[in-house]
Design a protein around this ligand. Structure first.
Ligand code: UDP
Length: 297
């Protein structure tokens, strides 16, 4: 189920040949109904790129709050287990490093990232309330920066931005002095961790991410190396409230789920670069193929 505001049907084209696969074009911020038995619900609906939630702030707030409320109600009716996708953004610009699940965070509610961060914090709160008050089976994953094939090329996030620039022969943009850090997790590792959490009996939030931390400047240099581009790195102003450092503490995931990431950044980046290289040229030059206007009410 997806309203496709940031998603793309091409990403699931290969699934339609399965007769037991169904797709619903629907916005979960509105009442959700599907007939028949449902055993598991995985709620990932939300814009997740800073550029996207700057463009569609109200939808971002609605899907994290109203959308989550609808899906929790839906899970109750179906007696289903529900996993909700939270984010390292609940830690804001963190003052504790690396971030453990016990850290409450340092979030600016009225800053540009507030619409996403606070929606996700509300999502965690209402999910816990359904767990304690209605005994609903709930799981909360806090997803750290994740990348891989099928990312949207022009969504503004650092990895598709830099690879896209290299492929188009443009300079690579680093925001600020590039000393801010992130820790990038390859998508297959992320999916494996989330699946293990879904099947576990642990209802408190769990960080899933790769603790291999790198500065954005060093990351840009890795992309230069990987793509062999002869373009240079240029510096742009640092966006407001851009977190200075981010690294997941994954002790809980290791101990409770027996999970740890397996893909090195080198291997994950190679696979992802090959994917972007294989895309049709016109996609590469499309600034943003998403038309948000049709969704704005
Ligand atoms: N960034 C950058 N150049 C870009 C896009 C992003 O230097 O072209 C930086 C951004 O300021 C942030 C980091 O890369 O410090 C990761 O940004 P992203 O939008 O991928 O996600 P975030 O982790 O900030 O939510």
């Amino acid at each position: 189920m997806d309203n496709l505001i940031t998603g793309d049907l091409r990403n699931i084209e290969h699934l339609f040949k399965h007769t037991d696969f169904e797709f619903y074009h629907h916005d979960v911020s509105k009442f959700v109904h599907v007939s028949g038995d449902i055993h598991y619900i995985l709620h990932f609906a939300s814009p997740a790129s800073p550029i996207d939630y700057l463009k569609i702030p109200i939808q971002t707030l609605k899907v994290g709050s109203l959308g989550t409320h609808n899906l929790l109600g839906f899970a109750r009716v179906k007696k289903a287990r529900i996993l909700v996708a939270s984010t390292s953004e609940v830690y804001g610009d963190p003052l504790v490093h690396p971030q453990t699940e016990e850290y409450y965070g340092n979030v600016n509610p009225v800053g540009p990232r507030g619409v996403y961060d606070e929606a996700k914090r509300f999502q965690e709160a209402i999910t816990m309330a359904y767990h304690t008050y209605h005994q609903l089976e709930t799981r909360i994953v806090r997803i750290f920066n994740t990348y891989g094939p099928r990312m949207r090329l022009n969504d503004g996030r650092v990895l598709p931005a830099l690879i896209g620039q290299a492929l188009r022969g443009e300079d690579l943009t680093v925001f600020g002095d590039g000393s801010q850090t992130r820790s990038f997790c390859y998508v297959d590792d992320q999916v494996d961790g989330i699946y293990k959490l879904l099947l576990s009996d642990y209802a408190m939030p769990v960080n899933i991410g790769n603790p291999d931390e790198i500065t954005i400047l060093d990351f840009a240099k890795e992309i230069v190396q990987l793509t062999g581009t002869s373009q240079k790195i240029v510096y742009k102003p640092l966006p407001k409230d851009d977190p200075k450092q981010r690294q997941p503490d994954i002790t809980k995931a290791k101990n409770i789920l027996g999970w740890a990431p397996k893909f090195s950044r080198e291997d994950g980046l190679k696979i992802t670069y090959n994917y972007f290289k294989s895309l049709p040229k016109e996609l590469l030059h499309q600034r943003d193929h998403k038309n948000f206007d049709q969704f704005i009410r």
